[in-house]
Design a binder for this molecule. Sequence first.
Ligand code: NAD
Ligand code: DAO
Ligand code: ZN
Ligand code: ZN
Length: 370
Amino acid sequence: MRTRAAVAFEAGKPLEIMDVNLEGPRAGEVMVEIKATGICHTDEFTLSGADPEGLFPAILGHEGAGVVVEVGEGVTSLKPGDHVIPLYTPECRECEYCLHPRTNLCQSIRETQGRGVMPDGTSRFSTLDGDPILHYMGCSTFSNHTVLPEIALAKIREDAPFDKVCYIGCGVTTGIGAVINTAKVEIGSRAIVFGLGGIGLNVIQGLRLAGADQIVGVDVNPDKREMAERFGMTDFVNPDEVEGDLVPYLIDLTKGGADYTFDATGNVQVMRAALESAHKGWGESIIIGVAPAGAEISTRPFQLVTGRVWRGTAFGGARGRTDVPKIVDWYMEGKIEIDPMITHILSHDEINKGFDLMHAGESIRSVVVY
Ligand code: NAD
Ligand code: DAO
Ligand code: ZN
Ligand code: ZN
């Protein structure tokens, strides 16, 4: 079939909105009509060329929601008409990783997904001239229709609005999951969140949900303060306004260091500050941000010898097919909020504007509605 997609032909160039060919689903695959897609910082990371694994030409987008239109041979868990959220971290429920209780990093299709192809090693997308176009993070939600493996789709309730729950496909789950699944924050904890963007705000609402007593937000952009307060931030720190070093200031503010700190910036200096502002003896620092190609983190090993813990998290430690439908329920039941964070709604043709808004620091989440 033909569908309309925003294609990334080259790093650093705007996406081109065009008709492309999409082959139907093969065995174990599902075709989905995407109804809405969020533009995440990670799409920009790839488009800008900072992603060492970035491939072109490709159809980017990994945060979306839509409806199943066709299922391939052997697909048993989904049928046409089902509402779904694509998963860039699949859940096969069979591989060594899925069976291990301490990770969500299903590896069953990791190698082919990383090469921008389906598990059989081929792409379903091509230009109208027949040149192949690659998939992205196994999702390619910047296309009106896409094909994914069955294990990379979470079935969700049908009354959930696509233009809101698409954000659960990455930002919401990553932020809330980092608190609940990775850090396992306890009631009464003190926490610091570095970076109050689309991920950091969800860390903040996760901390509120977990019952944290003190939630410090750190951002160089003072415009992020208001929204973060709305989601539960108790103290705001702009590093540019702190006299002297940031880390001792934060340790003082949290009465000895935070029980949990989170990096949601992708900046390696910030990651170091996050680790070092965690409490001596027990503080844990969780890296969420994705750093540019070749970047390295550093600290004095004594920081770890004296009891601080450095961790990372992908997709908030969530097992997508199991956890994403539950997070959709939390949203529908009013336990979590999404609407205020969706600051811009765009048409498919306006998708590049979403990247401009992100660069300007003017959006939290731009959502493209098809
Ligand atoms: P964003 O651009 O919306 O937010 C980043 C925020 O950090 C901005 O508000 C910015 O002002 C702030 N910031 C930048 N430099 C800072 C500094 N030196 N000190 C304090 N604040 C600073 O980005 P986002 O969508 O929230 O994503 C954040 C990071 O998370 C990115 O690196 C993204 O790639 C990554 N990410 C990781 C996962 C995962 O599974 N681990 C998933 C999605 C996104
Ligand atoms: O299993 O080796 C692996 C990699 C899994 C990819 C996880 C990516 C998480 C960070 C990227 C941010 C996605 C928006
Ligand atoms: Zn994302
Ligand atoms: Zn698996």
